[in-house]
Design a protein around this ligand. Structure first.
Ligand code: IPD
Ligand code: CA
Ligand code: CA
Length: 257
């Protein structure tokens, strides 16, 4: 299944690339939440090919109405993670596809066609960037770890979400090597998996932001939880905490819900 998935995602990557280097119309789904015709075209391409090739799976996709799709044997798609970057010409954007069998993680693929970086993992088989095996770094202290986070779009409309961002920056920033915010949750999690970041946290993520990344990170030796340290539920939990495993408890002890 992995080879066919990758082939289809690479085809969709050509659409992303065309849009990235071309002119694009944009519209807003929310106060800050952008969508372009390329999000829709990539999603349509993936849905058509996946439903032909993997007919026993249903599809949950960001730009679709998922009301009647029950999570089970499912392919979860984010056609462009990092749409704000895509629109502004910042290279940190990717197609994210997570495959679940009976609600259990199976295959995760995150593809940045601009940098030609393909992260993938299948449960039990390790995590890879292009053809190279990746693993989390060995930093065991927050102070020597580079940390990533994101700004939720809802920070513009929900005061408590903006407060989460500010409060936790105040707590984490002085206690880590530095913080980066590049605007693609899927790639941020993959960069914990490849050992660049020691950890990452964010609120209000959706299943399509993380469905693939969490599989890749767990296969790379990382840890994912909610803010209480319990297993992260991508449909229910507000906050995701991801790390190289070693600094996980330290992050949990500092982050404030
Ligand atoms: C967004 C990105 C961003 C995160 C937002 C997501 P989108 O996804 O992952 O990093 O901060 O919460 O919604 O809208 O570009 O697919
Ligand atoms: Ca996304
Ligand atoms: Ca998206």
């Amino acid at each position: 299944m992995q080879t066919e998935l990758i082939q289809i995602i690479k085809e969709a990557g050509e659409i992303l690339k065309e849009g990235f280097y071309g002119t694009k119309e944009t519209s807003f789904k929310g106060k800050k939440d952008l969508v372009t015709p390329y999000d829709l075209a990539i999603e349509a391409h993936l849905k058509e090919k996946f439903s032909q090739t993997f007919s026993s799976f249903n599809i949950i996709a960001e730009e679709s109405d998922n009301t009647h799709v029950e999570f089970g044997d499912s392919i979860i798609i984010d056609p462009i993670d990092g749409t704000t970057n895509f629109v502004n010409g910042l290279v940190h954007c990717a197609i994210s596809v997570g495959v679940y069998k009976n609600k259990k993680p199976f295959i995760g693929i995150v593809y940045n066609p601009i940098l030609d970086q393909l992260y993938y993992a299948e449960i039990g088989k390790g995590a890879y960037l292009n053809d190279k095996k990746i693993s989390v770094n060995q930093d065991h202290e927050l102070m020597t770890s580079l940390i990533a986070t994101g700004f939720p779009y809802t920070g513009a409309t929900h005061k408590q979400d903006l407060e989460f961002v500010i409060t936790n920056l105040e707590v984490i920033l002085p206690r880590c090597q530095d913080i980066r915010l590049l605007g693609s949750a899927a790639l941020d999690i993959c960069m914990v998996a490849s050992g660049i970041y020691g950890g990452y946290y964010e609120i209000n993520l959706k299943p399509w932001d993380v469905s693939a990344g969490i599989i890749i990170l767990s296969e790379a030796g990382g840890k994912i939880s909610n803010i209480e340290g319990k297993p992260y539920d991508m449909f229910e939990d507000k906050c995701l905490v991801a790390s190289n495993t070693q600094i996980h408890d330290e992050m949990l002890s500092l982050l404030k819900a």
